[in-house]
Design a protein around this ligand. Sequence first.
Ligand code: HEM
Ligand code: NFK
Length: 438
Amino acid sequence: MSLPSTFPLLHDIRPDDISMSPFIVSTTRGFLPRGDPITKLPDAFSALENLLQRMPIKKLDGEPGLLANGKFGDAVLADLPDLTDVILKHAYDMVLITALYRDYSFLASAYLLEPCHERHVKGEEYGLARDRLPKNIAVPLNTVSKIAGFKPWMEYAGSYALYNYRLEDEKLGLEYDNTRLIRAFEHGLDPSSSEAGFVLVHVAMVRHSGELVDGSLQVIQSCADGNRDNFNAGLAKVVSAMTKINKTMNLMWNKSKPGDYNSFRTFIFGIAKQSMFPNGVIYEGVSPEPQFFRGESGANDSIIPLCDNLLEITMPNTPLTEILQDFRSYRPGNHREFLEWIHYRAQEVGTKTFALQDANSAKWYLQALDQVRDFRWRHWTFTREYILKHSKHKTATGGSPIVTVSYSTCTSLLLGGKRNKHLLCTSAVTLELLGSEV
Ligand code: HEM
Ligand SMILES: N[C@@H](CC(=O)c1ccccc1NC=O)C(=O)O
């Protein structure tokens, strides 16, 4: 099959156009939304806004909120009308619908996982979560998810991470110190907290993905044209963007402390493959059948998959391959289409072969690979320091088995020599491998 030689990528991000999804890949904003998320809901949604502001363990004013003392579940049942009809009147406004998706997915996670949080703070295991999502959350969440094209459960891009930042001062843009969270479970409304740091470092990294997208397109196009100089310049942009992304990633250690991670992590688990939800969740008013969705995860970020696809880094077939395939459906539709297009076009034009035919191109290509290796090594150290050293829970938020299974078989399949292991494996596979080795 021959693919279109160009991808309909946005060069003009049209931040004020509310008829399009906020998540359209562009050469300027990369994988960030086209425009910064709206931070306060219109008055028609004041009951929802009010509940969200009262929800976090520490509210914006520093006082304890509803999750601090197990009062959130009762407040949901008492104070939240079913706003589905109001939502349907705004179905044309994709920017608002995406903000509502973020907000209802926060409510759903907080509501169902509140009992697990209560046990976790007492030093106990998570135990069972609530297993029924009440109609006043379930129906609106299902409605906005359908319109926005997300799963009706919190996602990385459309909710917790990439649609959850605001600028303290509009003029100062996306500089790290100028960003704040819109919604939080724990202490995240305090910008110096580990929850804020965790999310805002992701945003600060993805901020550099415009240059990565731009460079990737140039690599594909110039390879198809046989234009060596442009090809090298495209790879140089990829290296430049990835160098910035990796440097920013290193901020995580300072902005979000490993020992703090597990307290807000309770709220970002999924409802599939988790001991807290052995029978999934009934969405009241939506379906009598239990629902199962993976939790959000950086595995749904598009930076590393873009590099893998562009540079033709091949993935070995392991028990985790299927899980990683499944993660793909938890990305915004346009991110997914773009990654697929890069995947097939890179093979069609032969980026790797073209790079290795020339010493200068090969140098740039290897530098790009080295950035991917750098990312994956640091990512593994995050997993070790933030999760494995502090948690006995066997499954990561996205539902991959983090510490249990012995992956020795796939280790030998994958590695084919220790030196290239971080390059060959996806991050999730890498951590499994190293988890069983280190
Ligand atoms: C303290 C910081 C982090 C921790 C503890 C962490 C942890 C994890 C874990 C446990 C997984 C396994 C997947 C699952 O089941 O959920 C994962 C996957 C992944 N994470 Fe992270 N992560 C962190 C930061 C990041 C950042 C900053 C990014 C990039 C923006 C990222 C990108 C990825 C990717 C791309 C995957 C796997 C998908 C693949 O390799 O194809 N992570 N992470
Ligand atoms: N899978 C991780 C969480 C995680 O990965 C994540 C969750 C929300 C936003 C970004 C994330 N980043 C990294 O992979 C975990 O199990 O803790």
